[in-house]
Design a protein around this ligand. Structure first.
Ligand SMILES: Cc1cc2nc3c(=O)[nH]c(=O)nc-3n(C[C@H](O)[C@H](O)[C@H](O)COP(=O)(O)OP(=O)(O)OC[C@H]3O[C@@H](n4cnc5c(N)ncnc54)[C@H](O)[C@@H]3O)c2cc1C
Length: 312
């Protein structure tokens, strides 16, 4: 289905709109087709109007942060990809809000984890080191309940501000978001625009631990190739990578997509992979692991865009 997107988007102030925008460069997999429109909302007012207009017009939309946990379809997307702009990029600290030395971080939804860690270092506060090495934004991290061996979002998030498709904005507590292992229960079609995290005085031990974790990741993850990190969530009591390796698929290739030799839960793009190559390899892993081990792997990666059989 096609939509008269200029008629819907042009009247709204505060949007930067690009039509027929290639999405591959906007994802860490570096694959996928074009979006009918890629729309950056400069602030919350513009975002609210945008969501309302898309909702009224029946235009499908998806929100993307840094594109580090997505596989965007080769066929592209006939709707609108929403991106948060400059008005969502602030980081500030409300000091001693929970007692002496116990602070609150207020973070815009578009803030990258790299920028956040730099900002907290300058502010001399601790609390979000557990996100070190996650190449996403705060919005994406909340949607995914991102985490590492050092912890996950739900351990220190207080609340998130969301805008729903009807243009309403409200704060939701961490309990209301029902965060669990790499999942959240955000209201359908809503966008995370800001977050409040617990923080505390700077802790040199946390920074040392973070440096150790990052060094370990560098030696165990194929970071030199485009990827989405772990493709599958680990099943209860096991590791997706172990199951894939035990199924004989480590190193397996379809086109230029390969189950990494270094870490079997990573499917990497050797250079010329398409989204379909990656998708076929994902489906193969699911099928073979199910046949050999009776375990149905759950996607951690989000399939965005116009996929046959639907997106996730
Ligand atoms: C090299 C590498 C290492 C990684 N390591 C880790 C790791 O250690 N731990 C981990 O948890 N993940 C890891 N990831 C995956 C990824 O970085 C995280 O899931 C991250 O939180 C995604 O953030 P993003 O901004 O890139 O979201 P995107 O990839 O853009 O989007 C992911 C999902 O979130 C939704 N979304 C994005 N922004 C918003 C928003 N503002 N509001 C509502 N929904 C939104 C999207 O629609 C999509 O469904 C890794 C990825 C790579 C490439």
């Amino acid at each position: 289905m096609t939509f008269d997107l200029p008629a819907i988007l042009t009247p709204i102030d505060g949007l930067d709109v690009r039509y027929d925008e290639p999405m591959a460069p906007r994802t860490t997999y570096k694959v996928g087709g074009t979006a009918a429109a890629f729309v950056e909302a400069r602030d919350e007012g513009a975002l609210r109007e945008l969501l309302q207009a898309l909702d009224r017009g029946g235009v499908p939309s998806i929100v993307m942060g840094n594109g580090s946990n997505v596989l965007f379809a080769d066929a592209g997307f006939s709707g609108v990809v929403i991106h948060l702009g400059q008005g969502f990029s602030g980081v500030s600290c409300v000091r001693d809000v929970h007692g002496p030395g116990h602070h609150r971080l207020e973070i815009g939804g578009a803030v990258s984890i790299t920028k956040l860690l730099r900002a907290t270092k300058e502010l001399e506060i601790a609390g979000v080191e557990f996100l070190g090495g996650v190449p996403g934004t705060i919005g994406g991290a909340i949607r995914m309940n991102a985490g590492t061996v050092m912890g996950e979002v739900k351990d220190s998030l207080e609340s998130a501000r969301i805008v729903t498709p009807d243009g309403e904005a409200r704060w939701m507590t961490v309990d209301e978001l029902s965060l669990s292992y790499r999942r959240s229960e955000l209201p359908r079609g809503s966008v995370v625009v800001a977050a409040r995290f617990q923080a505390r005085d700077a802790d040199p031990e946390m920074r040392d631990r973070l440096a150790e974790v990052l060094a370990y990741r560098k030696s165990t993850q194929p970071l030199q190739y485009p990827s989405c990190g772990s493709v599958f969530a680990n099943p209860e009591g096991d590791h997706a990578g172990r199951l894939i390796e035990a199924s004989g698929l480590k190193g397996h290739r379809i086109g230029d997509a390969q189950v990494s030799e270094m870490h079997a839960n990573w499917i990497i793009n050797l250079g010329e992979a398409t989204a379909s190559h990656v998708r076929d390899l994902i489906d193969l892993c699911v099928r073979v692991v199910d046949e050999r081990h009776g375990v149905r792997l759950r996607h951690e990666v989000k399939l965005l865009g116009d996929w046959n059989g639907g997106a996730s």
